[in-house]
Design a protein around this ligand. Structure first.
Ligand SMILES: *[C@@H]1O[C@H](CO)[C@@H](O)[C@H](O)[C@H]1NC(C)=O
Ligand SMILES: *[C@@H]1O[C@H](CO)[C@@H](O)[C@H](O)[C@H]1NC(C)=O
Ligand SMILES: *[C@@H]1O[C@H](CO)[C@@H](O)[C@H](O)[C@H]1NC(C)=O
Ligand SMILES: *[C@@H]1O[C@H](CO)[C@@H](O)[C@H](O)[C@H]1NC(C)=O
Ligand SMILES: *[C@@H]1O[C@H](CO)[C@@H](O)[C@H](O)[C@H]1NC(C)=O
Length: 500
């Protein structure tokens, strides 16, 4: 869905030096280990059933990127992985945004169709995508060879971004019904097989499903596994919950029912409530931060002592809060559904790539300011972006319309890949949440006692005695204003919500 822009530097988006490394992440299918018979026979009839691609955490751009190859001969491009959109598109080498020098231009690669012998235009001028942050890309739909994670799609439909303000392309892996062409034509008959569907059509994987392991905020990479799950990348049970359809009964986004939120710290715990519970939240890897309704976000901010700056339209807090021992427990799919605990070290993000802005008045005077990973938004759908997703192992099953959720195993170096055995098979090793029928119950709304509040700040060594109550807007040094002004601009761009 693409929301949030990562670290902001005065004047330009920092592009950094962390280009994704090419990695031929083909898992030599877990199926082998589980089906020991005759080697020779196995080799002949064996077919790839899972493909794994390493995705690089580019904090500066606020997203996860995969290196892909397009065309004949192959041209390498690094593209952002996005569960919130459904088209692959690449910047055309003649796109204006790519003519800028260095890191401001298309440093992650562009596509030159003239240099590909297999390139074919299939929809002239029909590619037109608009993301929720107000950015867009327009041009032609085309088909060409596309490679990701060792998988080759010989006839992949993609968008060519000729007019775009985004300096890198995207790999949208959402529901095909959410393809930009469906919005343009207002007709579901224009749906084409997008990446996960095409992988099934080409018999590369068995069903339209993949697993996402983003790993730690401090870690440089995670991975996406098409066609399977990796049982070594999560802890505890993997639990299936239903994806919510639109009011027309269609599946277009990874919306699930968030049914509870508990704040826990050494000083106690609080059940937080909201008029929006049970609330649909979209699990969106293309969004950097998470966005919850204001009544809930305000309670979360009060727990951690985050301050909302009306001027900059952002909740901020002292960077030291990343040492807090507190965490938030997100519940899904009813009272006995999966819970994902997100600790404070995953929720405190740098505002800039250089020297952090400093609070120059108020309760945090003199302390470095960071961006809080949970912001507020006015209306559904609310979004759980990377600040939430890193703490979860998420399996997306687009055939049964279910999501599997488990606590992530941070920094796991082990692997045990289990492919989906067939089309429409359920998520392997996962059990269904037992009481999803109760996921529609609206709990009563109460004011929390904030028993956890002191523990959040004290355990981080931050003097939070007054700030939460005072709710003073933060003030920054004059030198930092340029930086903040820019982030304000992005925050404002972000409020022009435009759903695909
Ligand atoms: C390639 O894909 C397009 C769009 O899905 C389809 O119309 C076309 O027939 C395919 N071409 C081949 C050679 O399979
Ligand atoms: C994971 O690894 C990163 C460094 O690569 C480290 O900073 C982080 O603390 C580790 N996370 C956990 C939970 O061990
Ligand atoms: C998450 O937090 C809840 C509430 O404190 C706790 O009961 C549960 O055991 C935690 N889960 C994990 C996987 O740590
Ligand atoms: C976020 O919360 C603040 C403080 O309550 C409020 O002023 C602002 O309008 C909210 N923003 C959105 C997008 O709802
Ligand atoms: C915390 O802040 C309050 C009010 O600013 C002050 O009175 C108190 O001494 C501070 N405590 C510590 C431990 O710094």
């Amino acid at each position: 869905m693409r929301r949030g822009t990562g670290i902001i530097v005065a004047g330009a988006l920092f592009t950094g030096t962390v280009l994704a490394q090419r990695q031929d992440g083909i898992v030599q299918w877990g199926i082998q280990r589980r089906q020991p018979p005759s080697e020779g026979y196995n080799r002949l009839r064996r077919r790839a059933s899972t493909f794994e691609e390493t995705i690089t955490n580019e904090e500066a751009r606020g997203g996860y990127f995969a290196t892909c190859t397009l065309g004949t001969p192959g041209q390498d491009l690094t593209l952002q992985l996005d569960t919130g959109s459904s088209d692959i598109w690449v910047p055309d080498s003649v796109a204006k945004v790519c003519s800028k020098a260095g890191t401001e231009g298309c440093a992650l690669g562009t596509f030159n169709p003239d240099r590909s012998s297999t390139f074919e235009v299939v929809g002239q001028g029909e590619f037109d995508i608009n993301y929720v942050d107000g950015s867009s890309s327009k041009g032609d739909y085309f088909t060409d060879v596309f490679q990701i994670g060792g998988a080759t799609l010989s006839n992949m439909t993609m968008g060519l971004g000729v007019n775009t303000d985004i300096a890198y392309g995207l790999v949208g892996v959402g529901y095909a019904l959410n393809e930009a062409i469906v919005g343009t034509t207002q007709s579901t008959s224009s749906v084409y097989p997008n990446l996960p569907v095409n992988m099934v059509n080409e018999k590369l994987i068995n069903t339209v499903a993949y697993s996402l392991w983003l790993n730690d905020l401090d870690s440089s990479s995670g991975n996406i596994l098409f066609g399977g799950i990796d049982t070594q990348k999560y802890k505890g049970d993997l639990t299936r919950i239903d994806i919510l359809p639109t009011t027309q009964g269609l599946y277009t986004s990874f919306a699930v029912a968030m049914t509870s939120l508990i704040a826990v710290s050494p000083s106690g715990q609080d059940t937080l409530t909201s008029n929006a519970f049970p609330m649909p939240v979209v699990l969106d890897s293309g969004t950097t931060l998470s966005y919850l309704p204001t009544d809930l976000a305000v309670q979360i901010w009060k727990e951690v002592g985050a301050l909302y700056s009306p001027e900059f339209e952002l909740a901020v807090l002292p960077c030291d809060m990343q040492n807090s021992k507190g965490y938030f427990s997100f519940g899904f799919g009813g009272p006995k559904g999966p819970q994902i605990n997100v600790s404070m070290d995953e929720l405190v993000l740098d505002l800039t790539s250089g020297q952090a802005p400093v609070f120059n008045s108020g309760p945090y005077k003199g302390m470095d300011a960071c961006e809080f990973g949970i912001q507020n938004f006015t209306s559904a759908p609310y979004l759980l972006g990377d600040t939430f997703l890193r703490s979860a192992y998420v399996v997306y099953d687009l055939v049964n319309n279910q999501v599997g959720l488990a606590a992530t195993d941070f920094n796991s170096t082990e692997s045990n890949v289990v492919p989906f055995p067939s089309l429409s098979a359920h998520i392997p090793s996962a059990t269904i949440a037992p009481d999803q029928s109760q996921a529609t119950v609206r709990p009563s709304v109460t004011s929390p006692a904030y028993a956890a509040s002191a523990g959040f700040t004290d355990s981080a060594g931050v003097n939070g005695s007054e700030n939460a109550a005072a709710g003073l807007p933060p003030a920054f040094g004059a030198a930092q204003l340029a930086v903040m002004g820019l982030s304000m601009m992005f925050a404002m761009l972000g409020s022009g919500i435009l759903l695909l």
